[in-house]
Design a protein around this ligand. Structure first.
Ligand SMILES: NCc1[nH]cc(CCC(=O)O)c1CC(=O)O
Length: 313
């Protein structure tokens, strides 16, 4: 390709890591690249929870403006942060190979264990799913809401706001905070949110088919894509984004089989809905949306209604 691939990204350190990761993959395929840093509303509003900002796409709209105008060819996002339905004119053209998907506990105090009820502990998390799961499994813990990027949250912990933070392993590892991990949480209890650990490549549908094909060929990881298609179909059927307490994890078994587990937890942690289905990779989307339907039928609809009421939507 004559022109370099222009990669749009937010300026946070994790976003820049993701952009450089995609850049590496494009370089390996012999392509030239250019990174374009873009400010988003989600990065500017740090003192309000994302759920309260209310609008979907607070981290994506500015990037989409640049995609639409052709100023950038692709935008990189944590797959987890992408809403299930993109605005008309945009699509995800690739998913990078997934990092380990689980959540971890990060603390300066090596003795912190979630299960230890012998002393009071304050745990910070930005995610409604993680806060509800903590209340469900470890009711002795005090759970507080904590926003900001990884570095900000660790600074808040160091300032004494909490004893530990719950985070995605992928982000902690990419930001080189592995030595602060005091606990790796099991995937069957702390089922990750849709997309955790993968980087999604967004493009405008007006991107030339040839450019789209070449970028996809360099970046897409087919086994990850099959899992993400299942998980994102789950989220789409729930009409959700990253601000609802839903979780879904698809895992490949053998060459062509997918195991998908997904569900929802009430905000107080009192009710957990969880179902699993298996099928072949081409059935990925059906498996995900079927699990979402089961989730809605088994109490998920009521949980979502309650959340909407609380948020005054
Ligand atoms: N919502 C912020 C966000 N988006 C992606 C990651 C971690 C990396 C990933 O899942 O790809 C994080 C931080 C976290 O949840 O701990």
């Amino acid at each position: 390709m004559a022109n370099p691939v222009r990669i749009g990204t937010r300026r946070s350190k994790l976003a820049l890591w993701q952009a450089h990761h995609v850049e590496d993959l494009l370089h390996q395929a012999g392509l030239e690249t250019e990174i374009v840093e873009i400010d988003t509303r989600g990065d500017q509003i740090l003192d309000v929870s994302i759920a309260k900002i209310g609008s979907k796409g607070v981290f994506t709209e500015e990037l989409e403006d640049q995609l639409r105008s052709g100023a950038i060819d692709i935008a990189v996002h944590s797959a987890k942060d992408m809403q299930s339905e993109l605005p008309a004119g945009f699509e995800i053209i690739a998913f990078t190979e997934r990092e380990q998907m689980h959540d971890v506990v990060v603390s300066r105090d090596r003795t912190v264990r979630l299960a230890d009820s012998s002393r009071p502990r304050v745990i910070g998390s930005s995610s409604v799913r993680r806060r509800a799961l903590l209340q469900a499994y470890y009711p002795h813990l005090q759970v507080i809401e904590m926003r900001g990027n990884l570095q900000t949250r660790i600074a808040k912990m160091d300032a004494g706001q909490c004893d530990a933070i719950l985070l995605a392993f992928a982000g902690v590892h990419r930001m080189h905070y592995d030595e602060l991990i005091v606990e790796h949480l099991p995937l069957d209890r702390f089922i990750p949110p849709v997309g955790q650990g993968s980087v999604a490549i967004e493009a405008a549908t007006s991107l030339s088919p040839e450019r789209r094909r070449i970028i996809r060929q360099a970046v897409n990881h087919a086994p990850t894509e099959a899992c993400l298609l299942a998980e994102r179909a789950f989220l789409k059927t729930l009409h959700g984004g990253c601000s609802i307490p839903a979780f879904c994890l698809a895992q490949r078994v053998g060459d062509d089989c997918l195991n998908v587990t997904g569900g929802m937890i009430s905000l107080d942690g009192q009710q957990i809905i969880k179902n699993s289905l298996s099928g072949s990779c081409p059935q990925a989307a059906q498996l995900g949306s079927r699990i979402a339907e089961l989730t809605l039928e088994q109490g998920g609809r009521a949980i979502l209604q309650q959340i909407r009421q609380q948020r005054g939507e």
